[in-house]
Design a protein around this ligand. Structure first.
Ligand code: FEO
Length: 392
């Protein structure tokens, strides 16, 4: 299998993964994903930018079958979907040296058991001439781990961004023109991987704002021919201002919580608010994560199982807490049979959400008139907060 040319002497040697359906044993991948690796051929030295998930090593191996020499393996990010084939590469190319950020070096030793003597660290901003192909290393921490860097190829103006700007999609076409066609896949990726580090992602965007970029070549998904579109999408996603959206993870056991959900959705819509409900019995949690990227308010709608929250909704709360979206407000609604601490348990499970709790409405069995009135009051409170942010 021949490496695929992106521009002269910059070649694709990565692997689409059409069959993968779950990432991190967590986020569904309806469109698969890819693990991209790139060969950069200078007159004097050949560098490989990132490697592939070990389960797809055979693809990389086939691409490199007629590549007798690799001098440098650039490890932009230690996570194994990109670094996992480096141990094999170092055996295949005994003269090769791994280049990484300073933070990455001990991580590569810990995660892959690499010989520290074969890793050379590069400084932020350091440049390396391969012979007519000059690499510049740009530290871009927390996209997605603390050690992550991007590599910029000066002559061709290509940014190898690794996870940053990645998208979960497998396709044979190496390119996409703008982000529009794959915005859902890129947003799904951002939501799970980048959103918890939103302020730092924004700082990284500032760091590359004056860089002339012709192509963004991430390590998941296609290469962007119009880099401005995905950079603008990232600016929107990382912006502090949320949208006029309420995200509502819910389930129901005997119908009481569903009645409350239906009433609150109607009340919010009547007040001009967009509601994205997710029935957690069947929801794709990647869709939920994507909705959390923009939401101003999270309403947790949860029945009580024994004395605590229903695990399906509680799982959504734990996920939201881990992803730390920009939402400003939250509320809890739901029902119980005879007693319970559902709301208290839910509140205690979201310490990382910087939200103002606007209220809780918990009905004993079927919602009564007082519960319905409380839901209307909650809708008023949410609308007032959205108005206060200029969203309404
Ligand atoms: Fe695609 Fe953070 O690994």
């Amino acid at each position: 299998m021949k490496p695929r040319e992106i521009v002269p002497d910059v070649l694709y040697v990565g692997a689409p993964d059409f069959d993968r359906r779950l990432f991190d044993s967590l986020i569904p991948l309806p469109d698969g994903t890819s693990y991209n690796a790139y060969l950069v051929r200078g007159r004097e030295k050949i560098a490989l930018v990132d490697s592939v998930e070990p389960m797809k090593r055979d693809v990389l191996e086939a691409y490199l079958a007629d590549v007798p020499k690799v001098d440098l393996v650039i490890s932009n990010h230690t996570e194994q979907d990109h670094s996992g084939s480096i141990p094999w590469l170092l055996k295949r190319y005994p003269g090769a040296t791994v280049l990484s950020s300073e933070t990455a070096k001990p991580m590569l030793v810990d995660h892959l058991g690499l010989d520290a003597g074969r890793i050379r660290t590069v400084a932020d901003g350091e440049r390396l001439d391969l012979g007519g192909k000059t690499l510049r290393f740009i530290y871009t921490p927390w996209v997605h781990w603390p050690e992550t860097m991007s590599t910029y190829l000066e002559e061709d103006k290509i940014l190898f961004s690794c996870d940053w700007f990645g998208s979960h999609i497998a396709q044979t076409d190496l390119f996409v023109d703008g982000v529009d066609r794959i915005e859902a896949e890129a947003k799904r990726y951002y939501a799970e991987i980048m959103m918890p580090f939103r302020p730092i992602v924004r700082k990284n965007l500032d760091k590359i704002k004056d860089l002339e970029i012709r192509l963004i070549a991430p390590s998941h998904g296609p290469i962007y021919r119009d880099p401005r579109s995905v950079i603008q999408a990232y600016r929107d996603w990382t912006d502090d201002k949320p949208h006029n959206v309420v995200v509502m993870p819910w389930v129901t056991m005997h119908g009481s919580t569903a009645l409350m959900v239906d009433h609150l959705i109607t009340a919010l819509v009547e007040r001009g608010i967009n509601v994205l409900p997710f029935n957690m019995a069947t929801a794709d949690i990647g869709q939920l994560a994507m909705a959390l990227v923009d939401a101003a308010t999270i309403v947790v709608a949860c029945p009580t199982v024994h004395v605590g929250p229903h695990p399906a909704v509680f799982n959504a709360v734990i996920l939201a807490n881990a992803l730390r979206p920009k939402a400003r407000f939250a509320a809890i609604i739901g029902a119980y049979g005879w007693a319970g601490q559902m709301a208290e348990t839910v509140k205690a499970a979201m310490p990382s959400l910087r939200v103002e709790l606007l209220g809780q409405v918990v009905a004993k069995g079927l919602p009564k008139r007082a519960d319905i009135e409380a839901l209307d009051a909650l809708a008023d409170a949410i609308a007032a907060k959205h108005r206060g942010l200029g969203l309404l």
